[in-house]
Write a protein of this length. Structure first.
Length: 571
């Protein structure tokens, strides 16, 4: 049992205790333990009860619970709570933004036990009547639950990618010579996908099907499967798997067709012939289909029917960004705020990955929940950075901060402190309930601040979990262009914010894009990959990618920008 699973049990226990109105100190003790354990790098199952109790945020009683979980795989406290709780209520507890107490009220007073029932009750206006709710809360809950239900069966790309890699490894072992490929939005690396699609060419479809039938962790759906199609679910979380079989001679045709998307297939060449028409004949390779169109092979990510034409008329597909083009990564956290690994560990890990620099940008002082840095801590961190930079040279740590954009759009430190940073990522983390005018105004003010280097995760969305606050993308991007502010494409797979559909517009306006992992631990430094995946969908090039600059260029850029900003602020 790994830390993640143990923390999951504690987290659920906290939600259920809250649901059943347990005293708030008990609930908080679980929440504090979860917060601290998520940032703890030691293996919990290897620790004794005494050592556990000494961990920050973990008291005696939770240490005993962790021990029980390590030894038996379950927690009796949680088991008792689960016995009294319907499945639908557990599901509702996972939805961000409703809250355990409100769920208990609708359960007790309206008999609501599922997300669907909650939505109906809200639609009928029954929630507004309950004490402590009102019309505004009802509308909010209705919006949250509609969003949840419409996304319920989607998978975010990183989860799909990891599941896919696992499956593919087993296919490779069993059928080393087979020709197969990912297909659909999964192959196009869309940020959320409905299913893991594959096209598999085989002369003996029966064998391939038998293999999938007998695979551990997969359940075939007989109704949805057919003679050349295997559909089913991954047992753990019911993600859908959809495999289409074909013969080798038509592999290219089927793959291109099932990769899509529809707009891409409708593209026509100069002679007016569409891809769809070429697909009427069988091709064993995609490349011959594209060459019949007089085109180079279009990378799957780009096949959205949006920007392909630019790459068919002059722009080179090879110029599209790849992960190796990134020379450093900005926007990362450490144990100074809410990260799991120390500044030194993060820097060394980044160096080991072959990058030339790391931008550290812990949370600013207002972000108390994330242990944001007060002025003293900022200076302490800067001293440590100076020391590490001497040790690690030529690798460099840039002194940054993820400054909260306060409700009025200002940044989170006085000018003299802001001037001590090499760069500032400005992001919104609080008061997310804003209308489009207010949210846009808030961002615009931050963008106009001469201390802002990068605008962080512009909408605050969490894919499948929380809609972002609405913003006028065009206005915000235009302002970034005017004020020389870089926009982040936050590569945390839950965010991928700025949405890739706006990247092209930003680039057109001359705004550079920074692909930032927002890593809170060493392993997620690698999440830049997911940012690159979606950036490639827009044809983003190395030239327009901020952190594709090498150390020398970044040094030059940041120092020039900084001297300009202090000039501005002193006027
Ligand atoms: Zn942030
Ligand atoms: Zn961050």
């Amino acid at each position: 049992m790994d830390n993640k699973e143990i923390i999951q049990i504690l987290k659920l226990t906290a939600s259920l205790l809250k649901l059943y109105g347990e005293n708030q100190f008990k609930v908080r003790s679980y929440q504090t333990a979860v917060y601290n354990l998520e940032r703890n790098a030691q293996k919990l199952i290897e620790l004794g009860e005494k050592q556990l109790a000494e961990l920050p945020g973990v008291g005696k009683s939770i240490a005993a619970t962790i021990r029980e979980i390590s030894q038996t795989g379950v927690s009796s406290t949680l088991d008792n709570l689960l016995k009294q709780t319907p499945k639908g209520i557990l599901e509702l507890l996972k939805v961000k933004g409703v809250g355990a107490r409100k769920i208990k009220t609708v359960w007790d007073q309206l008999g609501v036990e599922t997300a669907e029932e909650l939505l109906s009750a809200a639609t009928r206006g029954e929630l507004a009547e309950l004490s402590g709710f009102g019309k505004k809360t009802q509308d909010k809950i209705q919006q949250i639950i509609s969003f949840y239900l419409s996304n319920k069966h989607l998978i975010h790309y990183k989860d799909a990618d990891l599941l896919g890699l696992n499956l593919e490894q087993q296919i490779k072992l069993q059928f080393p010579d087979a020709r197969w490929s990912r297909a659909g939005s999964f192959r196009r690396k869309v940020e959320v996908v409905g299913s893991l699609d594959y096209v598999w060419a085989s002369d003996s479809v029966g064998e391939a099907e038998d293999f999938l039938d007998s695979m551990q962790g997969l359940d075939k759906n007989l109704q949805l499967s057919g003679p050349l199609r295997w559909r089913g679910e991954f047992r753990d979380n019911s993600e859908l798997l959809d495999v289409r079989f074909c013969n080798l001679l038509e592999f290219g045709t089927k793959l291109l067709y099932y990769t899509g998307n529809m707009e891409h297939l409708s593209l026509t060449n100069e002679q007016g012939k569409s891809l769809r028409e070429v697909l009427e004949q069988s091709h064993s390779d995609e490349s011959t289909i594209y060459s019949e169109m007089g085109w180079p092979v279009i990378i799957p990510e780009l096949r959205e029917g949006l920007y392909e034409n630019e790459f068919l008329r002059g722009q080179k597909m090879e110029n599209i960004l790849v992960t190796e083009d990134l020379k450093g990564i900005l926007h990362n956290h450490s144990t100074y705020s809410d990260g799991k690994h120390s500044l030194e560990e993060m820097a060394r890990a980044c160096n080991d990955l072959g990058y030339e620099y790391l931008g550290i940008s812990d949370h600013s002082q207002t972000a108390v929940y994330a242990n944001g840095l007060n002025e003293e801590k900022v200076l302490e961190q800067h001293r440590e950075i100076d020391r590490l930079n001497q040790e690690l040279t030529p690798f460099k740590i840039f002194k940054g901060i993820e400054s909260d954009i306060l409700s009025d759009g200002s940044l989170d430190y006085p000018e003299p402190i802001l001037h001590t940073f090499d760069f500032v990522v400005a992001s919104v983390h609080s008061n997310l309930n804003m209308d489009i005018d207010k949210a846009t105004e808030r961002l615009l003010r931050a963008v106009k601040n001469p201390n802002t280097t990068v605008l962080g995760h512009p909408t605050g969305r969490l894919l499948l979990k929380r809609e972002g606050y609405p913003i006028d993308h065009q206005k915000v991007i235009d302002a970034c262009a005017v004020h020389g502010v870089v926009i982040e494409l936050n590569a945390n797979p839950w965010r991928l914010d700025l949405d890739w559909r706006w990247v092209h517009y930003a680039v057109e306006k001359g705004v550079k894009i920074s692909i930032n992992p927002d890593a809170h631990e060493k392993v997620t430094l690698k999440d830049v990959y997911y940012g690159v995946c979606v950036a490639r969908k827009t044809g983003l090039t190395k030239v327009m990618t901020f952190n594709a600059m090498n150390l020398e260029e970044m040094n030059h850029y940041l120092s020039t920008r900084k001297s300009k900003s202090s000039l501005h602020s002193n006027v």
